[in-house]
Design a binder for this molecule. Structure first.
Ligand SMILES: [Zn+2]
Ligand SMILES: [Zn+2]
Length: 247
């Protein structure tokens, strides 16, 4: 459409931001408005090399082990018990407009939000992504949950990420093999038990570098279980990317 036609349509039917309901103006990251996009609380270095948790929020409880070449080292929990993944990164904190955007994406089924959410991951974590990544794999939803929602939010983000990065999205490489209770009301130990052995990876992952993609990392129990399944199937390297993490 010609730009004047778009401008005329915007005047007649202004597109509204799904988070704050103001008309989208300059600097918009469709369908997010510029103000919401700018207010997303991004995670910048320094963060833990292994799990990506920002160090600023943990101080003074965390002792950082400095490593060479700008590496920030490991947080306390990762030094005590090394995570199953090789690296995990999240673009921003699960707070403010990002929390609202993810809510609108999943529960109000605003699928168009996959675009700015994936772009956020690319902007914050894209440079860290090894060139050797073979494929991106979304955390699978339970069948009943996906039927009820009509889509898997992690898959929409994965597809957008893969297309932009020129990598393959392989949702078929990871399957949920048993139903699990919702994680939201569970504590960390219960979450781990709830998802134990819930996933199986395809033999196609053998020898490959696979990145698991999710919308929100809370305790990391689900992502860790996905990584365990990928390792069992012989993946060479396993990473985790998420839009948001609970800090
Ligand atoms: Zn807004
Ligand atoms: Zn860590």
């Amino acid at each position: 459409m010609k730009s004047w036609a778009v401008a005329a349509l915007d005047l007649l039917y202004p597109a509204l931001c799904p988070v704050c309901s103001t008309p989208l103006g300059a600097g918009r990251r469709d369908p997010l408005c510029a103000a919401c996009w700018d207010a997303i609380p991004r995670i910048d270095p320094p963060f833990c090399d292994a799990c990506g948790v920002p160090f600023t929020t943990l101080a003074p409880f965390t002792t950082v082990t400095p490593r060479a070449h700008g590496s920030a080292g490991l947080c306390g929990p990762c030094r005590t018990e090394p995570p199953v993944w090789d690296y995990a990164r999240a673009a921003a904190r699960y707070e403010g407009p990002l929390r609202d955007a993810l809510h609108a994406f999943k529960f109000e089924k605003r699928r168009a939000l996959a675009r700015p959410l994936a772009d956020l991951v690319l902007e914050q974590c894209g440079a860290d992504l090894a060139a050797a990544v073979d494929a991106l794999v979304p955390v699978p939803l339970g069948r009943a949950r996906e039927r009820e929602r009509g889509f898997n939010q992690a898959q929409l983000i994965t597809e957008r990420l893969a297309a932009t990065l020129g990598r393959r999205a392989k949702p078929g490489w990871l399957a949920r093999v048993r139903a699990t209770a919702s994680q939201s009301d569970l504590g960390a130990d219960e979450r781990r038990a709830n998802v134990r052995d819930a996933f199986v990876a395809s033999a196609s992952v053998a020898g490959r570098h696979v990145v698991v993609v999710d919308d929100v990392l809370t305790t990391g129990a689900t992502a860790a279980e996905c990584c365990r399944a990928l390792r069992r199937a012989g993946a060479r390297a396993v990473g985790v990317l998420s839009v948001a993490r609970v800090v």
